[in-house]
Design a protein around this ligand. Structure first.
Ligand code: NAD
Length: 495
């Protein structure tokens, strides 16, 4: 067997072995075989990383930089990502099973987050208050929070890292990044570019390892000011509880069970593509998956026929091939979880009209592949309609009219995203207003941008990433009072 690539952690500008002396394997989901070793971080490593980030925070090399200079560093980082896009894409395909076609697109776009927040860095202005006390001058400044812990899941590591690091660094914080234990390679390759861009030592640190062993010590560390977390609801809730003990700021980007609603006046061919992109793109492993397809009863059968016909053409196989449209599931536990949900749906009485099991096509080799699956006859109270599967599994739910569509759409604990397919201008405007979701797409799906705030309603999360407001999630406001009086008046009364 070829020797496994060994990835150290990156702390305080140095490549370092884990305190535990232990390493764990990372698997290539297309071959089902290990290809790399990651350092098994623990509380000691977390402590060293936070200390390095704290030291860098107020150093002249970082804390002493102007916001404009921070912007220059971020721009350089964006350029380096572009220059290294092919290499980063190939590593992500190997570690994660993401399609090379998708990674090619994603890495063209990821630098935009760094450019956008580079531009914003020196546009965050305080204000002079028209204060009501004539012998005082008062103004506000927006300051960084301090050490930020960025915790990232496995499904889109470099994109979701950018969503956190770009605003956090633009605001002047320092960061400890904790990538997923399943897909840490790209974070460690990325941080080489952070160093090359000229960020001072300790400004960005990477601690690898498991959530409970490496992530949690970061979350509870006294010197951490904020946790920016993306992941599942269960671990997100746990992180929120732990962070509460230290009154830390927390942003959470969690899961979804997003409704993709097709009205009978929609352009059905476009809506089919929207439904496909909602659930089979990225092998359904996306928080914004349109996993509940609500179809108006009049067009239900015709729409399902078109959908099944289209889905049958999807090419599965080697994620390195540009022709592949559906790749493997990223992790073995996730593969087993998805297969388990196929049984849940069948036992609940849903009708499987496509797929429904492991993909045993020759082009899938030994990889962890699930056939694109469509269930009809799903009721919204079934587990398959309420729980996040995070795989290529679609539940089709019929509805009668607008009110029923909205009621079903909102009848779930999540509120991350929703899709609406209609040719009616009234519906295009009225239905999004009634949907409980942080993002609503009309006649499109799965569009994101560095300038578009993204985040969840209800249990899909707290806070927003991207867009101008995101930088404020990494800042705190200070009010400064200066007396212009020559004498301090009566000290026993409030000024
Ligand atoms: P996960 O919650 O298992 O893990 C996410 C990260 O949290 C990993 O780095 C993990 O090591 C860490 N972690 C786990 N327990 C921890 C703890 N106790 N303390 C500190 N860190 C801990 O999620 P996952 O399986 O990697 O990712 C899939 C989930 O992420 C899905 O639910 C998906 O919907 C969600 N997700 C959400 C968004 C979004 O923006 N809303 C984007 C992508 C993925």
């Amino acid at each position: 067997m070829a020797e496994l690539e060994k990835y150290q952690m990156y702390i305080g500008g140095e490549w370092t072995d884990p305190a535990s002396g232990e390493w764990f394997e990372s698997f290539n989901p297309f071959t089902g075989k290990p290809w790399a070793l990651f350092a098994r971080g623990n509380a000691e490593d977390a402590g060293r990383a936070v200390a390095a980030a704290k030291k860098a925070l107020n150093s002249p090399e970082w804390g002493g930089l102007t916001a404009t200079a921070r912007g220059h560093l971020l721009r350089r980082l964006g350029d380096l990502i572009t220059e290294n896009a092919d290499r980063l894409a190939e590593i992500e395909v190997k570690d994660n099973g993401k399609l090379i076609a998708e990674m090619g697109m994603q890495l063209k776009y990821v630098p935009e987050w760094y450019y956008y927040f580079a531009g914003l860095a020196d546009k965050i202005e305080g204000s002079v208050l028209p204060i009501d006390k004539p012998d005082h001058f008062a103004y506000t400044v927006h300051e960084p929070l301090g050490v930020v812990v960025a915790i990232v899941p496995w499904n889109s590591p470099l994109l979701l890292t950018a969503w956190k690091l770009a605003p956090a660094l633009a605001a002047g914080n320092t960061v400890v990044l904790k990538p997923s234990e399943f897909t840490s390679a790209s974070a460690l390759e990325f941080v080489k570019l952070v160093e090359e861009a000229g960020f001072p030592k300790g400004v960005v640190n990477v601690v690898t390892g498991f959530g409970a062993e490496a992530g949690e010590p970061l979350v509870i560390h006294d010197d951490v000011a904020k946790i920016a977390f993306t992941g599942g609801v269960q671990s997100g809730t746990h992180v929120y509880e732990k962070a509460a003990a230290g009154l830390k700021k927390v942003s959470l980007e969690l899961g979804g069970k997003s409704p993709n609603i097709v009205f009978d006046d929609a352009d059905l061919d476009n809506a089919v593509k929207g439904a496909i992109s909602g659930i089979f793109a990225a092998t359904g492993q996306t928080c914004i998956a349109g996993s509940r397809l609500l179809v108006q009863d009049k067009i239900h059968d015709e729409f399902v026929d078109k959908l099944v016909t289209f889905a049958k053409t999807a090419e599965m196989g080697d994620p390195m091939s540009l022709d592949t449209q559906i790749g493997p599931v990223t992790t073995m536990p996730q593969y087993e979880k998805i297969l388990g949900y196929l049984d849940v749906a069948k036992n609940e009485g849903a009708e499987c009209v496509l797929g429904g099991g492991k993909a045993e096509r020759p082009e899938c080799g030994d990889g962890w592949f699930v056939e694109p699956t469509i269930f009809t006859g799903v009721r919204n109270d079934m587990r398959i309609a309420q729980e996040e599967v995070f795989g290529p599994v679609l539940s089709v739910i019929p509805f009668k009219d607008d009110d029923e569509a909205v009621e079903i759409a909102n009848d779930v604990v999540y509120g991350l995203a929703a899709g609406v397919w209609t040719s009616s201008i009234n519906r295009a405007i009225e239905i999004p207003k009634r949907l409980q979701a942080g993002t609503v797409w009309v006649n499109t799906y799965r569009a994101v941008s560095y300038m578009a705030p993204f985040g969840g309603y209800k249990r899909s999360g707290l806070g927003r990433e991207s867009g101008q407001q995101a930088i404020k999630e990494y800042m705190q406001t200070k009010t400064i009072w200066v007396s212009t009086a020559s004498e301090v008046p009566n000290p026993f009364v409030m000024r």
